[in-house]
Design a binder for this molecule. Structure first.
Ligand code: M6R
Length: 608
């Protein structure tokens, strides 16, 4: 997904912009560009391909003088990847340059209107209309011009703007697309995420929908969509810049897999006070909790899978019916949601467009909403009634790892909290599960201490065309995430099936050498899984079991086995997830894939 960085201050802008763009590389892009104001003139340099190509073209930034500028990494939507279609886009008179994330849905009408007035467009993009409109409406007041332009735009946008009419000033405006303002000492920034500006400042302001930022090196002023000045209080982001660096690991994904003990601790420990679970400011009093008749968990991709794990845990212990919904489906459904429904929206980034739209719909239906989010002050975090941050630290790799496991543990905490209030769990079971959740980070560390056996299996199976994942109950939920991880980064076709479903169709796909990863951590379902494993083997399939200590004897019945540390059956998905993440990582590494930036994928999907 596209990335934005903007700078105004006392240093040479181009170098800071190039550096910021490198921090945004993980979002996925096909071209990049920078624009800087030098002597009241805007200079633009753009390049298709890697940022290193842009560095070459700009001689590491040296070719661009000036202290105010904007930069962009583009992920093509309207118009093929090319130098011309890359951002920043200039107005025909060269006085306005813009970078844009999002989609301008009515760009064709606007383009036709401006073309009829004699304005010539250089690119095929939707974004260029913003620069051209600015030229057209500007009448000496930039804030007024931006209000005028945004009132005509339909769609989602985060826009950074510079203009030779105000050569010291950087402007920004956003709607339904993330953009933060970094407040530094005698310098200010705009960025599509914190990582791009984090090495310069930890103080940020979140720009609200429709708001305009006007930044110089010494001032940061903000306006509502009506042009009224608005005060904004910066908040601090405690993330360390080293967290956004590889730190000696070959890939961010591997680093983030290894950060899970720390991330899980950060999600859980501050919320456990003695035997109590205190979920920040969320008001789980008896009256509110007993009113909940159903729970809807909403997310996309791995966040949705975390929801499915949460569903079995919450239903089992809270005795409340839980449905899991894909955000992209939920928003076009007619959901059965009201003020007795608790809606939990899960999103690592907090900016996923479908999840944000689903949250808004749930609120509109009268539901109380809780967001489980990693990125502070992101749109979903701000718009939900309550938020539970996972505190996993920045997640850079496109394939989520610590994002997912911390979401699962946050759902465990919510489930236990509700169960305790509703008296649907015994004290003894509550205490056992709480202590199991608290010790999960140590057990994850145990897995990470020696990944050799996982790597050996992964390398053995790395040449396969198709891998199946099967499990029952919460193992099935964990299988879904295992399969997604493998297909996402290794491009091997992977499918997860509820093991009992195999015989209803899928087993026809099993043939000599087909690999099936069978999750067997649920003791109560062990014998049933054994039957499924035998059915696969008798058709020539190879079975690698991912087992709990209690079910270790599965090794005699399977072709290979990886074991998770001893733990309660109800919390095994966090541990199996780690094994499956490492498995997917090692397969992808063996196949030489671009692990952190898998093809066609973006970290944060801010368009529908
Ligand atoms: O930021 P979100 O949690 O809302 O992202 C949701 C999905 O796009 C995300 O989990 C995606 O499926 C991951 N790339 C999977 O690894």
């Amino acid at each position: 997904m596209c990335g934005i960085i903007g700078y105004t201050g006392g240093k040479q802008a181009a170098k800071i912009l190039l550096n910021g763009l490198k921090r945004l590389e993980y979002r996925g892009y096909d071209s990049s560009g920078v624009a800087v104001i030098d002597n009241n003139r805007i200079d633009v340099i753009k390049s298709i391909g890697k940022i290193s190509a842009l560095e070459d073209k700009t001689d590491g930034g040296k070719k661009l003088n000036g202290f105010v500028g904007i930069g962009h990494t583009r992920w093509a939507t309207h118009g093929a990847p090319s130098d011309i279609n890359s951002h920043p886009h200039l107005s025909t008179d060269g006085n306005f340059a813009v970078v844009h994330n999002g989609i301008i849905e009515n760009f064709a009408e606007l383009k036709a209107e401006l073309t009829a007035k004699g304005i010539r467009f250089a690119s095929e993009t939707d974004s260029e209309v913003i620069a051209q409109l600015l030229q057209y409406v500007y009448d000496g007041d930039m804030v007024e011009a931006l209000r005028n332009v945004t009132s005509r735009l339909v769609g989602s946008y985060a826009v950074g703007i510079i203009t030779s009419h105000c050569p010291d000033t950087l402007y920004a405006v956003r709607k339904d697309n993330p953009l933060v303002v970094g407040i530094g000492a005698n310098e200010n920034f705009i960025a599509s995420d914190f990582a791009a500006a984090l090495e310069h400042t930890h103080n940020f302001v979140q720009l609200g929908d429709g708001e305009i930022a006007k930044l110089t090196s010494h001032s940061a002023t903000f306006f509502t969509a009506d042009g009224e000045p608005v005060e904004k209080t910066p908040f601090r982001v405690d993330w360390d810049i080293s967290q956004a660096e590889k730190d000696g690991y070959d890939h961010f994904m591997l680093k983030e897999i290894n950060e899970q003990p720390k991330a899980l601790t950060a999600t859980v420990r501050p919320r456990v006070k003695g035997k109590d679970i205190v979920l920040d400011r969320i008001n789980f009093d008896a009256k509110n909790t007993n009113r909940i008749e159903r729970i809807t968990i909403i997310g996309c991709g791995s966040a949705y899978h975390a929801g499915i794990v949460g569903k079995s845990f919450i239903e089992k212990y809270c005795r409340i019916s839980v449905t899991c919904e894909l955000a992209s489906e939920y928003i076009y459904s007619d959901p059965i949601t009201d003020n007795r429904t608790l809606t939990i929206v899960i999103s690592q980034s907090g900016e996923t467009a479908d999840s944000l739209a689903a949250l808004r719909l749930a609120k509109k239906c009268g539901s109380h909403t809780i967001a489980i989010v990693n990125v502070m002050q992101s749109a979903i975090a701000r718009e939900a009634h309550d938020v539970l941050y996972t505190h996993a630290g920045p997640e850079i790799a496109v394939a989520t790892t610590k994002g997912y496991t911390t979401q699962v543990s946050a759902l465990y905490l919510i489930g236990l909290k509700i169960a305790k209030i509703k008296h649907t769990i015994s004290d003894a079971r509550y205490e056992t599960l709480l202590s199991e959740i608290i010790t999960l980070p140590d057990k994850v560390s145990e897995i990470l201490a020696d990944i050799t056996p996982i790597r050996e299996y992964a390398e053995r199976f790395a040449d396969r065309k198709c891998v199946f994942f099967i499990g029952r109950g919460t193992d099935y939920a964990a299988s879904l995430e295992g399969a997604l991880k493998l297909k996402e980064i290794s491009y091997i076709h992977a499918e997860a099936y509820a093991a009992g479903e195999l015989k209803h169709g899928t087993i026809s796909l099993i043939e000599q050498g087909t690999v099936t990863l069978a999750l067997t951590t649920q003791s109560a379902l062990y014998n049933k899984m054994l039957n499924n494993i035998k059915a696969v083997q008798s058709r020539g399939g190879t079975v690698l079991a991912i087992s709990s200590q209690a079910n270790k004897q599965i090794s005699e019945q399977s072709d290979g086995m990886l074991c998770i540390p001893d733990c309660d059956d109800d919390v095994t998905p966090v541990l199996t997830a780690v094994i499956l993440q490492i498995f997917a990582y090692c397969v992808a590494a063996k196949r030489g894939c671009d692990i952190d930036k898998p093809r066609n994928l973006a970290k944060s999907v801010t368009v529908e």
